[in-house]
Write a protein that binds this ligand. Structure first.
Ligand SMILES: Cc1cc2nc3c(=O)[nH]c(=O)nc-3n(C[C@H](O)[C@H](O)[C@H](O)COP(=O)(O)OP(=O)(O)OC[C@H]3O[C@@H](n4cnc5c(N)ncnc54)[C@H](O)[C@@H]3O)c2cc1C
Length: 541
């Protein structure tokens, strides 16, 4: 949406195609806030240093510099557009502490930051007259040679396939949390754009790095924002001990997410958990502060766990939260495919490296959404509209007809369940060669079974079973890519912890791994990390 605003401001025609209504995009669920060094006592250099350290030195420092330098102006622009940020005592934009940050620099709208910002962006789409194709699911990015020609999308209300011809395409399809059972991500976070871009020759980078958030609610995996710890919440184990003092003595509950998730999993595996969880204690904050700063957390906890945080600690555990890996781009969102850009969670620029800091992702969508919009505008002004290959639409409709017409085969749901179970068992907080190899074997078997999947619903309108089949194709592919990448990286860095290679190894692994599709399989190439200001050091919290 941020990219679309930029393109429309330049006077070009632009369409946003989304498989859910834009304000139901997953960003609406973002709770805790968005980072920027706004105060005189803070600086973008500090923000940059925290982000580089948080990334376990895998983040590209040129990109992180852009993110942190441009953040303050983007926040002020959002405010100008109508974002109602919470205020401090002086009436300035309030900022709360967040994990891995050396300064309270997370701006927020109570604990509903994403909700507020996404409506502001949607208003901007209305203002600039951007064309909207809601509930249209893209099933193919169309290229010819190495150039983008447009997309093919399935209109979910009618079941019709449409071609949209364009000079440029920006993929902004979010993350792939739904590869796992326990996730904070929406049902729509199935990684579509990453798989679609990979099929057209764009590489996926650093796919082994998936963020586990330390405070997801028991059973449902609903997020309990880091803002809850930012406001002073503690983590305790079954004996009431604030166990983080043994893992991150300086920063305790505000260490980075990978560090806290591993600490929690160690407590749980060591028998010091409570029913497979640890406890997030907010009681000492008092009802007034909880109601003012964390109203949604209280509501979610009461409704989904039957626990009122004013009176009882909340049962939480690590859950899949964010996709650090994604479509490899430069700092303007460009991919190696001419006219194909990517921004937001589906992209890997890489500003988060091996571990994202909370509050940097909403920021990434705004800063790099804007920049991708500028770059796509420039590209469109310089290039002609190219032909749409004749065979593309019949090819896509043939593929869908094959699924709908298949009469013998198995349903998709058990395949997805087995895939998610395998990912959760073998590609979790702690990983090792044996488990990853078993996971890969399982996913490859499931991909074979998937080829014969069949549906019971053959209707045209809102055929969610068909949509699930299509999405499962993306998810199975991304699961395989993630397992290959995790097996390949024989070191521990950020969120990727190999129990058989427990140390970080800068000599061999201070580099990005890029996966390409090749001859029906996958090929891995490497790229150096861009180190501009901060030399890699041991990461301690
Ligand atoms: C519960 C939760 C809380 C979070 N809180 C914070 C926070 O406080 N601060 C922070 O910085 N980050 C936070 N994050 C992370 C952050 O919210 C996300 O990384 C970010 O919002 C992703 O935005 P996006 O625009 O890239 O993708 P999304 O908001 O996921 O949007 C993706 C869009 O792509 C569309 N789409 C996907 N596939 C297709 C397809 N095939 N065809 C057509 N359209 C498609 C979807 O319909 C949707 O519109 C949080 C994440 C979660 C899960």
């Amino acid at each position: 949406m941020r990219a679309a605003v930029e393109i429309s401001r330049a006077g070009l025609n632009c369409a946003v195609v989304s498989k859910v209504h834009p304000v139901r995009s997953h960003s609406v669920a973002a709770q805790g806030g968005i980072n920027a060094a706004l105060k005189e006592t803070d600086s973008w250099e500090n923000h940059m240093m925290d982000t580089v350290k948080g990334s376990d030195y895998l983040g590209d420092q040129d990109a992180i510099e852009v993110l942190t330098r441009e953040a303050p102006a983007d926040i002020m622009e959002l405010e100008g557009m109508g974002a109602i940020f919470s205020r401090d005592d002086r009436g300035k934009i309030a900022q709360r502490p967040f994990g891995g940050a050396g300064y309270p620099r997370t701006c927020y709208l109570a604990d509903r930051t994403g909700h507020g910002l996404i409506h502001v962006m949607y208003e901007q789409l209305m203002k600039y007259g951007v064309y909207l194709y809601d509930e249209w699911s893209v099933v193919e990015i169309v290229t010819g040679g190495n150039s983008v020609r447009g997309i093919i999308a399935l209109e979910l209300t009618t079941g019709k396939l449409h071609r949209l011809r364009s000079k440029a395409v920006i993929v902004a399809t979010g993350g792939y949390g739904r590869l796992f059972n326990t996730t904070t991500n929406a049902l729509s976070s199935t990684g579509d754009g990453m798989s679609l871009a990979l099929r057209q020759g764009a590489p996926l980078m650093d796919m082994e790095f998936v963020q586990f958030h330390p405070t997801t609610l028991k059973r449902t995996g609903i997020l309990m924002t880091e803002g809850a710890r930012g406001e002073g919440g503690y983590l305790i184990n079954s004996s009431g001990e604030r166990f983080m003092k043994r893992y991150a003595p300086k920063t305790l509950e505000l260490a980075s997410r990978d560090v806290i998730s591993r600490a929690e999993q160690t407590e749980i595996d060591g028998g010091r958990g409570v029913d497979g969880c640890v406890l997030l204690d907010l009681r000492h904050l008092g009802a007034d502060r909880i109601n003012e700063r964390l109203p949604q957390i209280r509501e979610l906890s009461i409704n989904f766990a039957g626990v009122d945080p004013v009176a009882e600690p909340i049962p939480v555990k690590p859950g899949v939260h964010y996709s650090m890996g994604g479509i490899a781009t430069d700092i303007d969102g460009k991919t190696p495919v001419e006219g194909l850009f990517a921004a937001g969670e589906c992209a890997c620029i890489s500003v988060h490296g091996a571990n994202r800091l909370g509050g940097n992702s909403l920021l990434e969508t705004i800063v790099f959404g804007r920049r991708a919009g500028v770059a796509a505008t420039g590209f469109s002004l310089e290039n002609k509209l190219l032909d749409f290959p004749d065979g593309a639409l019949p090819g896509a409709s043939g593929e869908i007809a094959r699924i709908l017409n298949r009469t013998r085969g198995e349903p998709v749901y058990p395949i997805l369940k087995e895939a998610r179970d395998a990912m959760e068992r073998h590609c979790w907080v702690f990983r090792g060669r044996e488990g990853l190899t078993a996971g890969l074997k399982k996913i490859r078997e499931l991909r074979e079974r998937y080829k014969k999947v069949c549906v019971t619903d053959r209707s045209d309108s809102f055929n969610t079973e068909l949509l699930t089949v299509i999405e499962a194709g993306y998810m199975l592919e991304l699961s395989e890519v993630m397992l290959i990448s995790a097996l390949n990286r024989e070191e521990s860095r950020g969120s990727h912890f190999r129990a058989d290679f427990p140390e970080r190894n800068d000599k061999d692994w201070l580099r990005h791994a890029l996966v390409y599709r090749k001859d029906g399989g996958y090929d891995i190439k490497y790229r150096d990390v861009k180190i501009v200001r901060f030399k890699p050091e041991q990461r301690k919290y």
